[in-house]
Write a protein that binds this ligand. Sequence first.
Ligand code: PLP
Length: 382
Amino acid sequence: MLKAEAPALLPVYAQMPVRPSRGRGSWLIDEDGREWLDAYGGHAVATTGHSHPDVVRAVAEQAEALLFYSTAVPHPLREELAETLAALCPQPLGRIFFCNSGAEANENALHLARRHTGRGTIVSLRGGWHGRTAATLACTDGAPYEAAARRAGVPLSRKVAFDDVAALEKAVDDSVAAVIVEPVQGFAGARDCSPNFLRSAREICDARGAALLFDEVQCGIGRCGAFSAAESFGVTPDLLTFAKGLAAGLPIGAVVATPALVESLAPGDLGSTFGGGPVPCAAALANIAVIERDDLIGNAVRMGEYLTEGARKLGVTRVSGRGLLLGLHLERPAVEVQHALFSHQILTGTATDPRVLRLLPPLSFSSRECDLLLAGLQEVLR
Ligand SMILES: Cc1ncc(COP(=O)(O)O)c(C=O)c1O
């Protein structure tokens, strides 16, 4: 079912059996003109759906005006996007650094935490997934990632059990620079932390002088009940990272920090040639405007509830996650269900938990699209 890519490409990605040539909303159209329902959302990237006309227009206009200039010069769209993000994040989060990906955002956030505290140790959670740069691999859970970080000579994070306040309390001492947490773990299978765990993490970090870092690369940008998961849980970290869904398909990452975390920064302390380039910033601004105008955060909450209820009616006893980052806990390997759904032209995700089918569709997913997904699931699960 999964096809290999061209031999000139490194064989590092398992391939879904679709070659998309066009996309609209929650749908991909393949080279043979067949339509595929995308409940994987291009891996949580297509927040406003595929090729939203407002995003496409903003990209085309900005590309025509100025494709790129580096961060060596100011650009109004970079400034506007920073102000927009600052206004959408819980206060006092409001100082922004732009880069190009989730891993790069986390790498820079970890760097800021270490710089601010003068400490080195990072605490992360079992099941956490933070990227593939050396420092982010070191705090990602899983033997191959830890082995890669060890080969790179990067000290591994202290891993604590998921959602375990006592374990966190024990792990955070005065050598700890940061605790990095996905409020809703993506790869682990859409596992949402309890609000109590996140509140306790805030208190523990405050008491020990460590920074609290929320990795919202997958669960942020309106996916989990508010623009930031931090807001939906009512807990404000010192650092927060976004990427994937920020510009609905153009590469961009953002570190959002409190003023205290970045007070001593000077030119040259961080950097990225492409970070906050005009075209991804134009895409992100148009994307955010659509999310707000069309109440896509409200839609994600409603459709998340609808899918959860529908899945329960199909006999799925446990659904984890929030909004439109959901994990369906199945009684058989999720990969079998994912592959069976391919024959219904439906894309879904799997997780490191082999029994969890992960749903992360566009925030614009409609009730009709939910019904189509549930009908496909009903066929496959019977
Ligand atoms: C929670 C989380 N953090 C970080 C990353 C890394 O993002 P990127 O692939 O853009 O580097 C991912 C990617 O899946 C992710 O899900």
